[in-house]
Design a binder for this molecule. Sequence first.
Ligand code: UD1
Length: 441
Amino acid sequence: MGTSNYFSIKCDEKTKGTELDYLQIKGGKKLHGTVTISGAKNAALPVIAATILSDKEVTLTNLPNVVDIRTLLHLLTMLGGSVQHEGTTAKINNTTINSTKAVYEIVSQMRASILVLGPLLARFGECEVSLPGGCAIGQRPIDLHLKALEALGAKIEIKGGYVRAEAPNGLIGAKIIFDKITVGGTENIVMAAALAKGVTTITNAAKEPEIVQLCEMIRDAGVQIEGIGSSELIIHGTAGKPLSFKTTEIIPDRIEAGTYLCAGAITHSPITLEKVNPEHIRTSIDKLESMGCSFDINNDTITIYPAETLKPVNLITTEYPGFPTDMQAQFMAVATMADGDSLIEERLFENRFMHVGELNRLGADIWLKGSVAAVHPVEGLNGADVMATDLRASSALVLAALVAKGTTNIHRIYHLDRGYDDLEGKLSGLGADIIRLKEGE
Ligand code: UD1
């Protein structure tokens, strides 16, 4: 197990101490230049979990350098897998897995660890995964994941804070209808169904590009999957035979890309994004166009040309291809600088407005009623001490700080480190005045 020990030491070193970091941003700088978009965290997580379905070494490339990825790789090593992780590439070998228990210490750090439930159960016939619990943006239950696994024949028990799942004779294909569209639920069931006996049909499946990538990876390993990219997936399982994956390159991060477009919009700066998939961020582009920005779009590059005056925006978050909830907070930051009232409705997560109070600390004028936020225009924002509350809320504070007068200190940025690859390096490269400091120093 030399490799896994080596990995876990490196992993701990990389993440240690970031809880005490904060970002200091001096606002008012114009940005310019080019930024390269990293691989998508939310695509990489299910792809990493899917490697459990394989009994051969799998190579993944274009992984983002973010804490969530290291956490999931670390979980694999705790299960007995071996991981060589250098830069943006990981070679994962899960032939040596000798435990099927995903412990609380890891799952509590990152909800997406629940993605190991489907593949562990499918490959080993039993597993125990800690319940992820709620999080800042809402309750986030996993009832739909569990109900669908039961439909595939699993026996599930919740005891001592763990989900214990068993299917000693393997999973059996079934017809699954999700009551609600769930990204993680669809991913878990696609992975479980890949090794099930017979055909599984998933109706009301999520269609996010991250799900398309997962399905294509599994299809390229020889599993017949119909309907990829649609809301009905038909998966012909291998009856327990492990998969052999090709090298998989993680797709570009559409949320990171959208965040940099918002940085261009709010600071009135032209910015070019490289290694991006314009199709995946169509709704963000459309909304920014409606706010007065214009774009030059090519195969995998986008340049945003800012609006002279930002117009207000109305948006409602929904499942892909609708407007993503993961871009809601960033658009709210941009809307604070518009020349009229904007309305933003959050339909996916009941508590995803934690950034409102913090944006108002910077001088924004945002009012909340239920799931709708009304953003009134203000003359300008002023630097202050603010606190990051969740991943995307944190990036909204960074965007606001880029235009706030004076200095903004953003505390608790470990949220940002979970999902943004080198945010301060990339923004500095574009000309922002941003540094990472340690609390109390
Ligand atoms: C994923 C993304 C997250 C994004 C979200 C919605 C990852 C790692 N995370 O999260 O960034 O914001 O999709 O696009 O990819 N629900 C239930 N029961 C369940 C499962 C979900 O009620 O068993 C509800 C959730 O509480 C939520 C809605 O369904 O209200 C959508 O959640 P889901 O699509 O499952 O989100 P995640 O996969 O957790």
